[in-house]
Design a protein around this ligand. Structure first.
Ligand code: HEC
Ligand code: HEC
Length: 349
């Protein structure tokens, strides 16, 4: 007779009706047990080599899993050159991080904070056994057994569980959602509705790069598997008149080695953007007002004249009242249920 193991219950995505489910790698199907284990790991500082930092220290729920620091600081105090990204509907991403075209699954991306040495984030490299030994507790035994019956605890399982937790962080309950998809005309103020119209106008062009239900071009799901090229130069810098970005961070060109990718970064999702300040890959814009002024000017400083800047960042006239409208729209993408959902918060000890 075959050994009797409990079949994992099919995972229930918390999606509003009609939304496509995210695509998940075949070797890591979703299960509630993996999400639960991943949540414990996400909030556990024991996962960094010196036991001082968890994923959640840089990705804090109240800030849509971003953090208020301009740029991140790793567990050993080493400075990261980039701003911590929010983790909202990442399950749909077609690419990961601010500027990488070669990471196609969360599982691949997570190896960077866990094991990366430039910069050190959680710093596990060289401390693998030490960190795994800290997971040798009755509670983790039970959680791993539930999530991966019969498998030995390993970093491969740690990564699968963390990826499953990140995939469970879905936000579809903002006033904008109620208005656009829930048929509730009163969910948006008049001002936010004006702002929505501006966002989708050919004058402001925002929607060209922040499109679809996640307000990014980098989305994949079961009904649309083709990824558009989601990276753009928005004219933040132009060091040499030819469009060069500061040597510390030149964006996609570092990965692709193609000169046209200088200063190209991914258009991030704008869901919950009002709580994830500061903005841009280097956190160099402090507020949404500054972001709007930046686009209205058609870039920043010499960046305005960068030959590599996207033609969609062409600058525009905007009145103070219109600016307030656009802000009201961006604020309508804030989903308080997501930011306060106890299922996404630290597990009870
Ligand atoms: C030191 C702070 C820090 C820690 C710790 C950290 N992250 Fe991040 N995270 C970042 C930064 C900064 C980025 C952007 C990286 C880049 O663009 O190069 C990022 C990007 C990501 C992304 C990509 C999101 C997207 O939209 O593409 C995911 C997913 C993620 N982190 C999950 C995690 C998980 C899970 C952990 C724990 C294993 C973790 N992070 C630990 C700072 C951190
Ligand atoms: C050409 C494509 C493009 C257009 C047009 C565009 N954006 Fe962006 N947006 C981007 C990219 C790329 C980034 C990231 C840039 C970086 O980090 O260097 C970004 C970043 C942002 C951010 C910061 C998000 C964060 O998490 O840091 C906000 C807010 C934003 N855009 C809003 C808008 C608004 C509002 C408009 C219309 C006025 C607009 N964008 C037009 C591509 C675009």
């Amino acid at each position: 007779m075959a050994a009797c193991t409990k079949a994992p219950e099919p995972y229930q995505w918390q999606l509003p009706e009609g939304f496509p489910a995210p695509l998940v790698p075949e070797d890591n199907p979703m299960s509630q047990a993996k999400v639960t284990l991943g949540r414990h790991l996400f909030y556990d500082r024991n996962l960094s080599a010196n036991a001082s930092q968890s994923c959640a220290d840089c990705h804090q729920q109240q800030y849509a899993f971003a953090e208020p620091k301009v740029t991140a600081i790793g567990s050993t105090g080493e400075a990261h050159r980039r701003n911590s990204q929010s983790l909202v509907n990442v399950a749909y991403n077609g690419s990961f991080t601010w500027a990488h075209s070669g990471l196609s699954h969360i599982e691949q991306q997570l190896l960077i904070p866990l094991f990366g040495e430039k910069p050190v984030e959680m710093g596990i490299s060289g401390h693998e056994n030490e960190v795994l030994a800290r997971l040798d507790t009755p509670q983790y035994h039970a959680l791993f057994k539930e999530a991966f019956p019969g498998e030995e605890v390993s970093f491969s399982l740690v990564v699968k569980a963390l990826a499953s937790f990140v995939r469970s962080l879905l936000s579809f309950d903002s006033p904008f959602d109620h208005y656009a998809y829930g048929g509730d005309d009163s969910a948006l103020s008049d001002s936010a509705q004006q702002g929505l119209a501006l966002f989708f106008s050919e004058q402001l062009e925002c929607h060209h790069c922040h499109g679809g239900f996640n307000f990014t071009q980098s989305s994949k799901h079961e009904r649309q598997q083709l990824d558009l090229r989601p990276f753009h130069n928005t004219g933040l810098y132009n060091e040499d008149g030819q469009g060069a970005f500061p040597i510390a961070d030149q964006g996609l060109i570092e990965i692709s080695q193609q000169s046209r990718d200088m200063g190209h970064f991914r258009a991030p999702s704008l869901r919950n953007v009002a709580v994830s300040a500061p903005y841009m890959h280097d956190g160099s814009l402090a507020t949404l007002e500054e972001v709007i002024d930046f686009y209205a000017a058609g870039g920043r400083g010499n960046g305005i004249n960068s030959p590599l800047k996207s033609p969609f960042v062409k600058g525009f006239e905007i009145t103070d009242a219109q600016k307030q409208d656009l802000l009201a729209f961006l604020h309508s993408l804030t989903d308080p249920a997501f930011l306060n959902n106890p299922r996404h918060g630290p597990p009870k000890p």
